[in-house]
Ligand binder design. Sequence first.
Ligand code: SF4
Ligand code: SF4
Ligand code: FES
Length: 278
Amino acid sequence: MNDSPPRTFTVRILRQDLPGKQGYWNEFRVEYEPDMNVISALQKIAESPVTTNSQNVAPVVWECNCLEEVCGACTMVINGRVRQACSALIDNLLKDKAECIELRPMTKFPVVRDLMVDRSRLFASLEKIKAWVPVDSYYDMGSGSRQSQEQQQFAYEYSKCMSCGCCLEACPQFLKMELLKQPDETQEQFKIRLREAVDRSFIGAHAIAQVDLFNMNPIGAMNAGERLDALTAEGGIQVCGNAQNCVKVCPKSLPLTTAIARGGRAATIHSLKKIFDW
Ligand code: SF4
Ligand code: SF4
Ligand code: FES
């Protein structure tokens, strides 16, 4: 068997020209270089976007930013697995599936164009559960409450979430929502419509983990009740079927099953307290 890398390889891309339009496939032949990742393959395609059947086409659109698996912007489905394009090395992909690499946009978010999707829905879930520590004022009020080393370590694992969407792509309960901004709609009207739709749909594992993170923060805990209200509202933690697909695909290895178990317990106690007015 010949172990030397191929001189060229094929990249097969599921493309879409506009939001809501029908997708189609394009194949490109890319010259191999050592240490390439999917982003550098896409850059090579952008330099000369000619398909394998010699068609000149528009350059493929994708999103990226940090190039070190920190921002989550380049998340896409690569050879059937949702992950970041910047950390997907061509050498490894060619080992898995000889000479052809398949790229698709995530399916749970509306496609903006080609491999670029609109992740607003993911951020709207974070807004719903108030994934922040409120600030009283901007005066220097001295150091905040102390947290034990164990708590800090635990919280740190949750804080690694980069809002990439992998957990949502893999989740059977997080359903596809084709919500696009209409031409006659203002940004504000679209945000309201999106908010209403998100309020009804499942918040997702990333948001459940952030409820735990912010509720364990000594200042964030002041709004714990509101977060638990959101966690138990329509589309809350009760929708989770516990299939645990999310934890398997999280690139930052967030303890999502722990978050779901702790969230479930906190939600039950919160609901009982509300029923019995404790
Ligand atoms: S455990 Fe819950 S959040 Fe995770 S994939 Fe399954 S249904 Fe989705
Ligand atoms: S929990 Fe993991 S998979 Fe989900 S958005 Fe955060 S980093 Fe991505
Ligand atoms: S470019 Fe930021 S995670 Fe890939």
